[in-house]
Write a protein of this length. Structure first.
Lengths: 294, 339
Protein backbone atom coordinates (compact mmCIF):
# COMPACT_ATOMS: atom_id res chain seq x y z
CA UNK A 1 0.00 0.00 0.00
CA UNK A 2 2.68 2.43 1.07
CA UNK A 3 4.85 1.83 -1.91
CA UNK A 4 1.87 2.09 -4.23
CA UNK A 5 1.01 5.46 -2.73
CA UNK A 6 4.56 6.74 -3.16
CA UNK A 7 4.57 5.40 -6.70
CA UNK A 8 1.34 7.30 -7.39
CA UNK A 9 2.68 10.48 -5.86
CA UNK A 10 5.78 10.32 -8.05
CA UNK A 11 3.63 9.62 -11.09
CA UNK A 12 1.39 12.54 -10.16
CA UNK A 13 4.34 14.89 -9.77
CA UNK A 14 5.73 13.84 -13.15
CA UNK A 15 2.48 14.50 -14.97
CA UNK A 16 1.76 17.58 -12.84
CA UNK A 17 4.95 19.21 -14.09
CA UNK A 18 3.55 19.14 -17.62
CA UNK A 19 0.15 20.38 -16.42
CA UNK A 20 1.98 23.33 -14.92
CA UNK A 21 3.56 24.22 -18.26
CA UNK A 22 0.13 24.24 -19.91
CA UNK A 23 -1.41 26.28 -17.13
CA UNK A 24 1.40 28.79 -16.90
CA UNK A 25 0.39 30.25 -20.27
CA UNK A 26 -3.15 30.76 -19.07
CA UNK A 27 -1.86 32.40 -15.93
CA UNK A 28 0.43 34.69 -17.88
CA UNK A 29 -2.33 35.81 -20.25
CA UNK A 30 -4.59 36.54 -17.33
CA UNK A 31 -1.91 38.31 -15.35
CA UNK A 32 -0.82 40.58 -18.16
CA UNK A 33 -3.93 41.24 -20.24
CA UNK A 34 -6.61 40.13 -17.78
CA UNK A 35 -8.05 37.89 -20.45
CA UNK A 36 -9.28 34.37 -19.89
CA UNK A 37 -8.20 32.23 -22.79
CA UNK A 38 -10.94 29.66 -22.97
CA UNK A 39 -9.30 27.88 -25.91
CA UNK A 40 -6.16 26.92 -23.98
CA UNK A 41 -6.97 23.20 -23.96
CA UNK A 42 -8.04 23.19 -27.58
CA UNK A 43 -4.83 24.89 -28.62
CA UNK A 44 -3.00 22.18 -26.69
CA UNK A 45 -5.01 19.57 -28.58
CA UNK A 46 -4.04 21.22 -31.87
CA UNK A 47 -0.37 21.25 -30.95
CA UNK A 48 -0.60 17.58 -29.98
CA UNK A 49 -2.05 16.82 -33.40
CA UNK A 50 0.66 18.87 -35.10
CA UNK A 51 3.38 17.00 -33.23
CA UNK A 52 1.65 13.71 -33.97
CA UNK A 53 1.59 14.34 -37.70
CA UNK A 54 5.12 15.68 -37.80
CA UNK A 55 6.24 12.60 -35.88
CA UNK A 56 4.40 10.23 -38.19
CA UNK A 57 5.51 11.84 -41.43
CA UNK A 58 9.06 12.72 -40.65
CA UNK A 59 9.80 10.39 -37.76
CA UNK A 60 11.59 13.11 -35.80
CA UNK A 61 12.06 12.54 -32.10
CA UNK A 62 9.08 14.12 -30.26
CA UNK A 63 11.41 16.00 -27.96
CA UNK A 64 12.84 17.77 -31.01
CA UNK A 65 9.38 18.44 -32.44
CA UNK A 66 8.85 20.44 -29.25
CA UNK A 67 10.88 23.34 -30.67
CA UNK A 68 8.88 23.30 -33.87
CA UNK A 69 5.44 23.33 -32.18
CA UNK A 70 6.58 25.94 -29.69
CA UNK A 71 7.65 28.29 -32.49
CA UNK A 72 4.52 27.63 -34.56
CA UNK A 73 2.26 28.22 -31.58
CA UNK A 74 4.18 31.34 -30.58
CA UNK A 75 3.28 32.89 -33.91
CA UNK A 76 -0.30 31.67 -33.65
CA UNK A 77 -0.61 33.41 -30.30
CA UNK A 78 1.29 36.48 -31.45
CA UNK A 79 -0.91 37.06 -34.49
CA UNK A 80 -4.13 36.11 -32.72
CA UNK A 81 -3.40 38.85 -30.22
CA UNK A 82 -2.11 41.32 -32.81
CA UNK A 83 -4.95 40.98 -35.31
CA UNK A 84 -8.00 40.07 -33.26
CA UNK A 85 -7.79 40.25 -29.49
CA UNK A 86 -6.04 43.63 -29.41
CA UNK A 87 -8.94 45.18 -31.32
CA UNK A 88 -11.41 43.70 -28.89
CA UNK A 89 -9.38 44.95 -25.93
CA UNK A 90 -9.18 48.41 -27.45
CA UNK A 91 -12.92 48.92 -27.63
CA UNK A 92 -13.72 47.32 -24.25
CA UNK A 93 -13.91 49.50 -21.21
CA UNK A 94 -14.10 46.70 -18.68
CA UNK A 95 -10.84 45.63 -17.03
CA UNK A 96 -11.63 42.00 -17.61
CA UNK A 97 -13.37 41.85 -20.97
CA UNK A 98 -15.93 39.10 -21.21
CA UNK A 99 -16.05 39.30 -25.01
CA UNK A 100 -12.55 37.87 -25.25
CA UNK A 101 -13.63 34.96 -23.07
CA UNK A 102 -16.56 34.34 -25.41
CA UNK A 103 -14.43 34.75 -28.50
CA UNK A 104 -11.90 32.21 -27.29
CA UNK A 105 -14.73 29.90 -26.22
CA UNK A 106 -15.93 30.10 -29.84
CA UNK A 107 -12.41 29.40 -31.05
CA UNK A 108 -12.27 26.35 -28.78
CA UNK A 109 -15.54 25.02 -30.19
CA UNK A 110 -14.33 25.57 -33.74
CA UNK A 111 -11.00 23.85 -33.12
CA UNK A 112 -12.31 20.78 -31.32
CA UNK A 113 -15.23 20.27 -33.68
CA UNK A 114 -13.12 21.06 -36.72
CA UNK A 115 -10.69 18.30 -35.75
CA UNK A 116 -13.66 16.03 -35.07
CA UNK A 117 -15.13 16.76 -38.49
CA UNK A 118 -11.97 16.59 -40.57
CA UNK A 119 -9.68 14.17 -38.74
CA UNK A 120 -12.27 12.08 -36.97
CA UNK A 121 -13.11 10.97 -33.44
CA UNK A 122 -10.58 8.12 -33.44
CA UNK A 123 -8.13 7.87 -30.57
CA UNK A 124 -4.60 8.25 -31.85
CA UNK A 125 -1.36 7.54 -30.09
CA UNK A 126 2.20 7.92 -31.21
CA UNK A 127 4.49 4.95 -30.72
CA UNK A 128 7.81 6.52 -29.85
CA UNK A 129 10.98 4.67 -28.91
CA UNK A 130 10.29 5.52 -25.25
CA UNK A 131 6.57 5.00 -25.03
CA UNK A 132 6.40 1.90 -22.82
CA UNK A 133 9.86 2.10 -21.26
CA UNK A 134 10.39 2.55 -17.58
CA UNK A 135 13.24 2.41 -15.14
CA UNK A 136 13.42 1.01 -11.66
CA UNK A 137 14.58 3.39 -8.96
CA UNK A 138 14.54 2.28 -5.31
CA UNK A 139 11.96 -0.38 -6.07
CA UNK A 140 9.64 1.96 -7.92
CA UNK A 141 8.93 2.07 -11.61
CA UNK A 142 9.30 5.42 -13.26
CA UNK A 143 8.09 5.84 -16.81
CA UNK A 144 10.94 7.21 -18.91
CA UNK A 145 8.89 9.49 -21.23
CA UNK A 146 7.07 10.97 -18.23
CA UNK A 147 10.38 11.61 -16.50
CA UNK A 148 11.94 13.27 -19.55
CA UNK A 149 8.82 15.37 -20.17
CA UNK A 150 8.75 16.38 -16.54
CA UNK A 151 12.35 17.56 -16.56
CA UNK A 152 11.85 19.57 -19.74
CA UNK A 153 8.56 21.01 -18.52
CA UNK A 154 10.05 22.01 -15.19
CA UNK A 155 13.03 23.60 -16.92
CA UNK A 156 10.71 25.58 -19.21
CA UNK A 157 8.46 26.79 -16.40
CA UNK A 158 11.43 27.83 -14.27
CA UNK A 159 13.03 29.33 -17.36
CA UNK A 160 9.94 31.39 -18.02
CA UNK A 161 9.91 32.54 -14.43
CA UNK A 162 13.57 33.56 -14.73
CA UNK A 163 12.87 35.30 -18.02
CA UNK A 164 10.02 37.29 -16.49
CA UNK A 165 12.11 38.23 -13.46
CA UNK A 166 15.40 39.14 -15.10
CA UNK A 167 15.13 40.01 -18.77
CA UNK A 168 14.22 43.42 -20.15
CA UNK A 169 11.12 42.11 -21.96
CA UNK A 170 10.14 40.11 -18.87
CA UNK A 171 10.36 43.20 -16.70
CA UNK A 172 8.23 45.09 -19.21
CA UNK A 173 5.67 42.28 -19.13
CA UNK A 174 5.53 42.35 -15.36
CA UNK A 175 5.31 46.10 -15.28
CA UNK A 176 2.39 45.99 -17.70
CA UNK A 177 0.63 43.39 -15.60
CA UNK A 178 1.01 45.53 -12.49
CA UNK A 179 -0.20 48.75 -14.02
CA UNK A 180 -0.66 49.08 -17.72
CA UNK A 181 -1.04 52.86 -17.76
CA UNK A 182 2.05 53.62 -15.75
CA UNK A 183 4.03 51.06 -17.73
CA UNK A 184 3.09 52.73 -20.99
CA UNK A 185 4.04 56.10 -19.52
CA UNK A 186 7.48 54.64 -18.78
CA UNK A 187 7.97 53.92 -22.44
CA UNK A 188 6.78 50.34 -22.61
CA UNK A 189 5.14 49.56 -25.93
CA UNK A 190 2.04 48.03 -24.43
CA UNK A 191 0.63 46.54 -27.61
CA UNK A 192 3.86 44.82 -28.53
CA UNK A 193 4.23 43.51 -24.98
CA UNK A 194 0.73 42.06 -25.19
CA UNK A 195 1.57 40.35 -28.47
CA UNK A 196 4.75 38.87 -27.05
CA UNK A 197 3.10 37.81 -23.79
CA UNK A 198 0.27 36.05 -25.57
CA UNK A 199 2.74 34.50 -27.99
CA UNK A 200 4.77 33.11 -25.09
CA UNK A 201 1.60 31.89 -23.38
CA UNK A 202 0.59 29.90 -26.44
CA UNK A 203 4.16 28.77 -27.13
CA UNK A 204 4.17 27.08 -23.70
CA UNK A 205 1.05 25.24 -24.79
CA UNK A 206 2.68 24.17 -28.05
CA UNK A 207 5.67 22.87 -26.15
CA UNK A 208 3.47 20.88 -23.77
CA UNK A 209 1.65 19.32 -26.71
CA UNK A 210 4.88 17.75 -27.88
CA UNK A 211 5.81 16.77 -24.32
CA UNK A 212 2.53 14.92 -23.83
CA UNK A 213 2.77 13.06 -27.15
CA UNK A 214 5.00 10.12 -26.11
CA UNK A 215 2.68 8.87 -23.39
CA UNK A 216 -0.85 10.05 -23.95
CA UNK A 217 -3.52 9.30 -26.50
CA UNK A 218 -5.11 12.13 -28.40
CA UNK A 219 -8.62 12.73 -29.61
CA UNK A 220 -10.61 15.88 -30.42
CA UNK A 221 -12.21 16.02 -26.97
CA UNK A 222 -8.96 16.01 -25.06
CA UNK A 223 -8.80 19.81 -25.13
CA UNK A 224 -11.75 20.27 -22.81
CA UNK A 225 -10.22 17.91 -20.28
CA UNK A 226 -7.02 19.91 -20.17
CA UNK A 227 -8.79 23.27 -20.30
CA UNK A 228 -10.54 22.69 -17.04
CA UNK A 229 -7.52 21.17 -15.39
CA UNK A 230 -5.64 24.33 -16.34
CA UNK A 231 -8.28 26.57 -14.86
CA UNK A 232 -8.27 24.63 -11.63
CA UNK A 233 -4.47 24.80 -11.52
CA UNK A 234 -4.36 28.52 -12.20
CA UNK A 235 -6.99 29.32 -9.60
CA UNK A 236 -5.34 26.97 -7.12
CA UNK A 237 -1.97 28.61 -7.62
CA UNK A 238 -3.25 32.15 -8.01
CA UNK A 239 -4.07 33.84 -11.30
CA UNK A 240 -1.04 35.55 -12.76
CA UNK A 241 1.56 33.72 -10.69
CA UNK A 242 4.09 31.50 -12.49
CA UNK A 243 5.29 29.66 -9.41
CA UNK A 244 1.68 29.32 -8.32
CA UNK A 245 0.89 27.54 -11.57
CA UNK A 246 3.80 25.19 -10.97
CA UNK A 247 2.65 24.41 -7.43
CA UNK A 248 -0.95 24.02 -8.60
CA UNK A 249 0.06 21.72 -11.43
CA UNK A 250 2.02 19.42 -9.16
CA UNK A 251 -0.81 19.36 -6.61
CA UNK A 252 -3.46 18.56 -9.21
CA UNK A 253 -1.29 15.79 -10.65
CA UNK A 254 -0.83 14.21 -7.23
CA UNK A 255 -4.52 14.55 -6.26
CA UNK A 256 -5.51 12.87 -9.52
CA UNK A 257 -3.13 9.94 -9.13
CA UNK A 258 -3.95 9.34 -5.46
CA UNK A 259 -7.67 9.57 -6.20
CA UNK A 260 -7.30 7.04 -8.98
CA UNK A 261 -5.29 4.73 -6.72
CA UNK A 262 -7.65 4.76 -3.77
CA UNK A 263 -10.97 5.20 -5.53
CA UNK A 264 -11.47 5.42 -9.27
CA UNK A 265 -10.64 7.63 -12.18
CA UNK A 266 -13.96 9.48 -12.05
CA UNK A 267 -13.63 10.10 -8.31
CA UNK A 268 -10.18 11.53 -9.01
CA UNK A 269 -11.63 13.87 -11.64
CA UNK A 270 -14.40 14.94 -9.29
CA UNK A 271 -11.87 15.48 -6.51
CA UNK A 272 -9.99 17.98 -8.66
CA UNK A 273 -13.14 20.04 -9.10
CA UNK A 274 -14.01 19.76 -5.43
CA UNK A 275 -10.56 21.13 -4.62
CA UNK A 276 -11.37 24.00 -6.97
CA UNK A 277 -14.56 24.75 -5.05
CA UNK A 278 -12.76 24.59 -1.73
CA UNK A 279 -10.10 27.00 -2.92
CA UNK A 280 -12.81 29.41 -4.04
CA UNK A 281 -14.37 29.13 -0.63
CA UNK A 282 -11.31 29.54 1.57
CA UNK A 283 -8.60 31.16 -0.50
CA UNK A 284 -10.21 32.74 -3.55
CA UNK A 285 -7.04 34.36 -4.79
CA UNK A 286 -5.08 31.12 -4.80
CA UNK A 287 -2.24 29.71 -2.76
CA UNK A 288 0.43 32.06 -4.10
CA UNK A 289 -1.75 34.74 -5.66
CA UNK A 290 -2.06 38.29 -4.47
CA UNK A 291 -5.36 40.01 -4.25
CA UNK A 292 -5.54 42.09 -7.40
CA UNK A 293 -7.40 45.32 -7.56
CA UNK A 294 -10.19 45.13 -10.09
CA UNK B 1 -49.49 54.45 -27.41
CA UNK B 2 -50.44 53.65 -30.98
CA UNK B 3 -47.22 51.73 -31.52
CA UNK B 4 -47.95 49.65 -28.43
CA UNK B 5 -51.31 48.58 -29.79
CA UNK B 6 -49.58 47.75 -33.05
CA UNK B 7 -47.07 45.65 -31.14
CA UNK B 8 -49.75 43.71 -29.29
CA UNK B 9 -51.63 43.16 -32.55
CA UNK B 10 -48.47 41.87 -34.17
CA UNK B 11 -47.75 39.51 -31.29
CA UNK B 12 -51.35 38.30 -31.32
CA UNK B 13 -51.17 37.56 -35.03
CA UNK B 14 -47.86 35.77 -34.56
CA UNK B 15 -49.33 33.60 -31.83
CA UNK B 16 -52.34 32.73 -33.98
CA UNK B 17 -50.06 31.76 -36.85
CA UNK B 18 -47.98 29.59 -34.51
CA UNK B 19 -51.11 27.97 -33.12
CA UNK B 20 -52.26 27.13 -36.64
CA UNK B 21 -48.95 25.64 -37.76
CA UNK B 22 -49.75 22.02 -36.81
CA UNK B 23 -52.98 22.26 -38.83
CA UNK B 24 -51.00 22.80 -42.01
CA UNK B 25 -47.72 21.07 -41.35
CA UNK B 26 -48.34 17.44 -40.65
CA UNK B 27 -44.92 16.08 -41.45
CA UNK B 28 -43.67 14.67 -38.14
CA UNK B 29 -40.04 15.44 -38.86
CA UNK B 30 -40.69 19.05 -39.80
CA UNK B 31 -42.77 19.45 -36.69
CA UNK B 32 -39.94 18.02 -34.64
CA UNK B 33 -37.57 20.64 -36.04
CA UNK B 34 -40.00 23.30 -34.91
CA UNK B 35 -40.28 21.75 -31.47
CA UNK B 36 -36.49 21.87 -31.27
CA UNK B 37 -36.65 25.58 -32.02
CA UNK B 38 -39.26 26.12 -29.31
CA UNK B 39 -37.22 24.19 -26.71
CA UNK B 40 -34.01 26.03 -27.45
CA UNK B 41 -35.73 29.39 -27.67
CA UNK B 42 -37.06 28.70 -24.17
CA UNK B 43 -33.75 27.55 -22.71
CA UNK B 44 -31.76 30.39 -24.21
CA UNK B 45 -34.31 32.96 -23.06
CA UNK B 46 -34.11 31.61 -19.55
CA UNK B 47 -30.32 31.57 -19.63
CA UNK B 48 -30.59 35.17 -20.76
CA UNK B 49 -31.92 36.17 -17.32
CA UNK B 50 -28.54 35.53 -15.70
CA UNK B 51 -26.33 35.77 -18.78
CA UNK B 52 -27.99 38.75 -20.42
CA UNK B 53 -29.96 40.83 -17.93
CA UNK B 54 -27.47 40.30 -15.11
CA UNK B 55 -24.49 40.06 -17.47
CA UNK B 56 -22.89 37.09 -15.69
CA UNK B 57 -21.25 34.59 -18.00
CA UNK B 58 -22.85 31.41 -16.70
CA UNK B 59 -20.99 29.12 -19.09
CA UNK B 60 -21.97 25.90 -17.38
CA UNK B 61 -25.57 26.69 -16.52
CA UNK B 62 -26.93 24.34 -19.18
CA UNK B 63 -26.42 21.65 -16.59
CA UNK B 64 -29.69 22.79 -14.99
CA UNK B 65 -31.55 21.41 -17.99
CA UNK B 66 -30.08 18.02 -17.17
CA UNK B 67 -30.69 18.29 -13.44
CA UNK B 68 -34.31 19.31 -13.94
CA UNK B 69 -34.78 16.54 -16.49
CA UNK B 70 -33.24 13.86 -14.27
CA UNK B 71 -35.03 14.87 -11.07
CA UNK B 72 -38.48 14.79 -12.62
CA UNK B 73 -37.73 11.74 -14.78
CA UNK B 74 -36.53 9.75 -11.76
CA UNK B 75 -39.56 10.83 -9.72
CA UNK B 76 -41.84 9.96 -12.63
CA UNK B 77 -40.26 6.54 -13.16
CA UNK B 78 -39.78 5.27 -9.63
CA UNK B 79 -42.20 7.26 -7.49
CA UNK B 80 -44.97 7.78 -10.01
CA UNK B 81 -44.87 11.52 -9.44
CA UNK B 82 -46.71 13.50 -12.08
CA UNK B 83 -44.29 15.61 -14.18
CA UNK B 84 -46.37 18.71 -13.50
CA UNK B 85 -45.36 18.31 -9.87
CA UNK B 86 -41.96 16.81 -10.57
CA UNK B 87 -40.91 19.86 -12.53
CA UNK B 88 -41.12 22.03 -9.44
CA UNK B 89 -38.94 19.57 -7.56
CA UNK B 90 -36.40 19.71 -10.41
CA UNK B 91 -36.56 23.49 -10.50
CA UNK B 92 -36.07 23.74 -6.75
CA UNK B 93 -32.98 21.51 -6.85
CA UNK B 94 -31.57 23.68 -9.65
CA UNK B 95 -32.23 26.86 -7.69
CA UNK B 96 -30.36 25.38 -4.71
CA UNK B 97 -27.35 24.56 -6.85
CA UNK B 98 -27.48 28.05 -8.34
CA UNK B 99 -27.52 29.56 -4.86
CA UNK B 100 -24.52 27.46 -3.83
CA UNK B 101 -22.37 28.24 -6.84
CA UNK B 102 -23.39 31.88 -6.85
CA UNK B 103 -22.58 32.47 -3.21
CA UNK B 104 -19.16 30.88 -3.76
CA UNK B 105 -18.18 32.86 -6.83
CA UNK B 106 -20.10 36.14 -6.98
CA UNK B 107 -17.73 37.75 -4.49
CA UNK B 108 -14.99 37.41 -7.12
CA UNK B 109 -14.66 38.81 -10.61
CA UNK B 110 -16.76 37.58 -13.52
CA UNK B 111 -14.50 34.88 -14.86
CA UNK B 112 -14.59 33.04 -11.54
CA UNK B 113 -18.34 32.67 -11.82
CA UNK B 114 -17.94 31.32 -15.37
CA UNK B 115 -15.37 28.82 -14.14
CA UNK B 116 -17.45 27.91 -11.10
CA UNK B 117 -20.48 27.04 -13.19
CA UNK B 118 -18.36 24.93 -15.52
CA UNK B 119 -16.76 23.14 -12.57
CA UNK B 120 -20.25 22.43 -11.24
CA UNK B 121 -21.25 21.05 -14.64
CA UNK B 122 -18.31 18.67 -14.68
CA UNK B 123 -18.78 17.50 -11.10
CA UNK B 124 -22.42 16.73 -11.73
CA UNK B 125 -21.76 15.06 -15.08
CA UNK B 126 -18.97 12.92 -13.64
CA UNK B 127 -21.11 11.90 -10.67
CA UNK B 128 -23.96 10.94 -12.97
CA UNK B 129 -21.92 9.06 -15.54
CA UNK B 130 -19.82 7.13 -13.05
CA UNK B 131 -22.50 6.01 -10.59
CA UNK B 132 -25.23 3.59 -11.57
CA UNK B 133 -27.27 4.41 -8.47
CA UNK B 134 -27.71 7.92 -7.07
CA UNK B 135 -29.55 8.51 -3.76
CA UNK B 136 -31.01 5.03 -4.05
CA UNK B 137 -32.46 5.53 -7.53
CA UNK B 138 -31.16 3.66 -10.55
CA UNK B 139 -30.01 6.37 -12.93
CA UNK B 140 -28.12 3.96 -15.18
CA UNK B 141 -24.76 5.74 -15.13
CA UNK B 142 -23.38 6.67 -18.52
CA UNK B 143 -26.14 4.76 -20.30
CA UNK B 144 -29.20 6.61 -21.41
CA UNK B 145 -32.14 6.71 -19.05
CA UNK B 146 -35.46 5.76 -20.63
CA UNK B 147 -38.73 7.04 -19.25
CA UNK B 148 -41.67 4.64 -19.03
CA UNK B 149 -44.56 5.25 -21.39
CA UNK B 150 -47.70 6.02 -19.47
CA UNK B 151 -49.62 7.96 -22.11
CA UNK B 152 -52.35 10.21 -20.84
CA UNK B 153 -51.67 13.23 -23.03
CA UNK B 154 -51.44 16.52 -21.22
CA UNK B 155 -51.75 14.90 -17.79
CA UNK B 156 -48.45 13.05 -18.11
CA UNK B 157 -46.92 15.29 -20.79
CA UNK B 158 -46.81 12.24 -23.05
CA UNK B 159 -48.47 12.58 -26.41
CA UNK B 160 -48.98 10.17 -29.26
CA UNK B 161 -47.94 12.66 -31.90
CA UNK B 162 -45.66 15.64 -32.19
CA UNK B 163 -48.67 17.98 -32.45
CA UNK B 164 -49.29 17.63 -28.73
CA UNK B 165 -45.68 18.33 -27.92
CA UNK B 166 -45.74 21.34 -30.22
CA UNK B 167 -48.58 22.95 -28.28
CA UNK B 168 -47.06 21.95 -24.94
CA UNK B 169 -43.70 23.52 -25.72
CA UNK B 170 -45.25 26.55 -27.36
CA UNK B 171 -47.11 27.08 -24.10
CA UNK B 172 -43.87 26.71 -22.18
CA UNK B 173 -42.11 29.24 -24.38
CA UNK B 174 -44.93 31.74 -23.99
CA UNK B 175 -44.81 31.39 -20.19
CA UNK B 176 -41.03 31.68 -20.26
CA UNK B 177 -41.13 34.82 -22.37
CA UNK B 178 -43.76 36.36 -20.10
CA UNK B 179 -41.51 35.72 -17.09
CA UNK B 180 -38.55 37.14 -18.96
CA UNK B 181 -40.54 40.19 -20.05
CA UNK B 182 -41.83 40.74 -16.53
CA UNK B 183 -38.34 40.59 -15.05
CA UNK B 184 -36.90 42.90 -17.68
CA UNK B 185 -39.53 45.56 -17.02
CA UNK B 186 -39.70 45.19 -13.27
CA UNK B 187 -37.60 46.99 -10.68
CA UNK B 188 -35.36 43.93 -10.60
CA UNK B 189 -34.72 44.26 -14.32
CA UNK B 190 -33.47 47.81 -13.89
CA UNK B 191 -31.30 46.77 -10.95
CA UNK B 192 -29.84 43.98 -13.04
CA UNK B 193 -29.18 46.31 -15.92
CA UNK B 194 -27.44 48.73 -13.58
CA UNK B 195 -25.23 46.11 -11.99
CA UNK B 196 -24.29 44.53 -15.29
CA UNK B 197 -23.15 47.88 -16.69
CA UNK B 198 -21.35 49.09 -13.61
CA UNK B 199 -21.47 47.05 -10.43
CA UNK B 200 -19.61 49.61 -8.33
CA UNK B 201 -21.96 52.42 -9.31
CA UNK B 202 -25.00 50.19 -8.79
CA UNK B 203 -23.73 49.31 -5.34
CA UNK B 204 -23.18 52.96 -4.46
CA UNK B 205 -26.79 53.87 -5.25
CA UNK B 206 -28.04 51.11 -3.00
CA UNK B 207 -28.54 48.12 -5.24
CA UNK B 208 -27.85 44.91 -3.35
CA UNK B 209 -25.49 43.58 -6.03
CA UNK B 210 -24.80 40.20 -4.46
CA UNK B 211 -28.45 39.56 -3.62
CA UNK B 212 -29.65 40.59 -7.07
CA UNK B 213 -27.12 38.38 -8.83
CA UNK B 214 -28.09 35.43 -6.65
CA UNK B 215 -31.77 36.06 -7.27
CA UNK B 216 -31.26 36.25 -11.03
CA UNK B 217 -29.15 33.09 -11.03
CA UNK B 218 -31.74 31.21 -8.99
CA UNK B 219 -34.68 32.31 -11.14
CA UNK B 220 -32.79 31.43 -14.30
CA UNK B 221 -31.81 28.02 -12.91
CA UNK B 222 -35.32 27.31 -11.70
CA UNK B 223 -36.82 28.10 -15.08
CA UNK B 224 -34.20 26.02 -16.90
CA UNK B 225 -34.94 23.14 -14.54
CA UNK B 226 -38.65 23.42 -15.36
CA UNK B 227 -37.78 23.26 -19.04
CA UNK B 228 -35.66 20.18 -18.36
CA UNK B 229 -38.79 18.30 -17.33
CA UNK B 230 -40.51 19.15 -20.60
CA UNK B 231 -37.37 18.17 -22.46
CA UNK B 232 -37.27 14.80 -20.69
CA UNK B 233 -40.93 14.06 -21.44
CA UNK B 234 -40.46 15.04 -25.06
CA UNK B 235 -37.22 13.13 -25.65
CA UNK B 236 -38.33 10.09 -23.65
CA UNK B 237 -34.70 9.11 -23.13
CA UNK B 238 -31.99 11.08 -21.38
CA UNK B 239 -28.40 10.79 -22.49
CA UNK B 240 -26.31 12.09 -19.57
CA UNK B 241 -23.45 13.13 -21.82
CA UNK B 242 -25.87 15.27 -23.77
CA UNK B 243 -28.19 16.81 -21.18
CA UNK B 244 -25.43 17.27 -18.61
CA UNK B 245 -22.75 17.98 -21.18
CA UNK B 246 -20.71 21.06 -21.91
CA UNK B 247 -21.94 21.23 -25.53
CA UNK B 248 -25.55 21.71 -24.47
CA UNK B 249 -24.51 24.49 -22.15
CA UNK B 250 -22.51 26.21 -24.84
CA UNK B 251 -25.35 25.93 -27.32
CA UNK B 252 -27.81 27.58 -24.97
CA UNK B 253 -25.38 30.41 -24.26
CA UNK B 254 -24.49 30.74 -27.91
CA UNK B 255 -28.02 31.55 -29.08
CA UNK B 256 -28.41 34.16 -26.40
CA UNK B 257 -25.10 35.86 -27.18
CA UNK B 258 -25.57 35.73 -30.94
CA UNK B 259 -29.14 37.00 -30.77
CA UNK B 260 -28.29 39.73 -28.32
CA UNK B 261 -27.78 39.10 -24.63
CA UNK B 262 -30.06 41.15 -22.44
CA UNK B 263 -32.79 41.58 -25.04
CA UNK B 264 -36.11 39.80 -24.97
CA UNK B 265 -36.31 39.09 -28.69
CA UNK B 266 -32.68 38.35 -29.52
CA UNK B 267 -32.39 34.86 -28.03
CA UNK B 268 -35.63 33.72 -29.68
CA UNK B 269 -34.53 35.17 -33.01
CA UNK B 270 -31.18 33.38 -32.82
CA UNK B 271 -32.86 30.09 -31.92
CA UNK B 272 -35.24 30.45 -34.87
CA UNK B 273 -32.35 31.19 -37.22
CA UNK B 274 -29.76 28.75 -35.92
CA UNK B 275 -31.50 25.66 -34.53
CA UNK B 276 -32.76 24.47 -37.93
CA UNK B 277 -29.23 24.96 -39.18
CA UNK B 278 -28.10 21.91 -37.26
CA UNK B 279 -30.99 19.78 -38.50
CA UNK B 280 -30.43 20.93 -42.06
CA UNK B 281 -26.74 20.10 -41.93
CA UNK B 282 -27.52 16.72 -40.46
CA UNK B 283 -29.96 16.00 -43.25
CA UNK B 284 -27.58 17.36 -45.85
CA UNK B 285 -24.22 15.74 -45.12
CA UNK B 286 -25.55 13.05 -42.84
CA UNK B 287 -24.34 12.32 -39.36
CA UNK B 288 -21.15 10.86 -40.86
CA UNK B 289 -19.44 14.16 -40.35
CA UNK B 290 -19.80 14.88 -36.67
CA UNK B 291 -18.84 18.22 -35.39
CA UNK B 292 -19.63 20.17 -38.54
CA UNK B 293 -22.68 21.91 -37.11
CA UNK B 294 -21.04 22.85 -33.79
CA UNK B 295 -18.03 24.06 -35.73
CA UNK B 296 -20.19 26.40 -37.79
CA UNK B 297 -21.91 27.56 -34.59
CA UNK B 298 -18.50 28.35 -33.19
CA UNK B 299 -17.58 30.34 -36.29
CA UNK B 300 -20.84 32.30 -36.10
CA UNK B 301 -20.17 32.98 -32.42
CA UNK B 302 -16.67 34.28 -33.13
CA UNK B 303 -17.87 36.50 -35.96
CA UNK B 304 -20.77 37.91 -33.96
CA UNK B 305 -18.63 38.56 -30.88
CA UNK B 306 -16.03 40.28 -33.02
CA UNK B 307 -18.18 42.29 -35.42
CA UNK B 308 -21.32 42.99 -33.41
CA UNK B 309 -20.54 42.47 -29.75
CA UNK B 310 -24.06 43.50 -28.77
CA UNK B 311 -25.60 40.73 -30.85
CA UNK B 312 -27.92 40.41 -33.79
CA UNK B 313 -31.14 41.96 -32.51
CA UNK B 314 -29.72 45.25 -31.15
CA UNK B 315 -27.83 45.67 -34.43
CA UNK B 316 -31.02 45.19 -36.43
CA UNK B 317 -32.90 47.62 -34.20
CA UNK B 318 -30.13 50.19 -34.61
CA UNK B 319 -30.11 49.85 -38.38
CA UNK B 320 -33.90 50.16 -38.50
CA UNK B 321 -33.88 53.23 -36.31
CA UNK B 322 -31.19 54.89 -38.39
CA UNK B 323 -33.19 54.12 -41.49
CA UNK B 324 -36.48 55.57 -40.26
CA UNK B 325 -34.70 58.53 -38.75
CA UNK B 326 -33.19 59.45 -42.10
CA UNK B 327 -36.56 59.06 -43.76
CA UNK B 328 -38.15 61.44 -41.29
CA UNK B 329 -35.46 64.03 -41.81
CA UNK B 330 -35.46 64.07 -45.57
CA UNK B 331 -38.80 65.23 -47.02
CA UNK B 332 -39.34 68.91 -46.13
CA UNK B 333 -36.57 71.43 -46.20
CA UNK B 334 -36.30 74.12 -43.59
CA UNK B 335 -38.51 72.25 -41.19
CA UNK B 336 -36.82 70.89 -38.08
CA UNK B 337 -38.25 67.68 -36.80
CA UNK B 338 -37.31 66.29 -33.48
CA UNK B 339 -37.11 62.54 -33.51
Amino acid sequence: MGIMAIQSIIDGLLIGGVYATIAVGLSLAFGVMRIVNWAQGELLMISMYISYFVFNWLGIDPYLIMFFTAIVMFFVGFFLQKTVISNMLARETAVEPITVLLFTAGLGIVLSNGVLAFIGPKYLSAVTPYTAKSMKVLGMYISIPKAISFVIALACTLGLNFFLKKSEVGRAIRATSQNRHVASLMGVNMKQIYNIAFGIAIAMVGLSGALLLPYSTLNPDIGTVYSFKCFVIVILGGMGSTMGALLGGLLVGVIERLGTLFFSDSVAQTAVFVVFMLVLLFRPYGLLGKKISM
Amino acid sequence: MKSKIKQYLFLGCLLVVLLLIPQFITDALLLQYMINILIFAYFTSMWNIIGGYAGQMALGNGVFIGIGAYVSAVLFTYENVNPWIGMFAGGAVCALFALLIGSLTFRLSGSYFALGTVAMLHIIRLIFTSNKVILGYKTKGALSFALPWRGGGLLNMQFNSNVGYFYLLLGLLVVGLLVSWYIKNSKMGYYLQALSTNPAAANSVGVNVMGMKLKANMISAFMMGLGGTFYAQFMNTLDPNRVLGYDMSVQVLLFSIIGGAGTLTGPVLAAVLLVPFQDIIRGWVGSSIQGLAPMLYGIVLMLVVYFMPKGLWPTIVKLYKNHTFKKQQKPKEGQVKTP
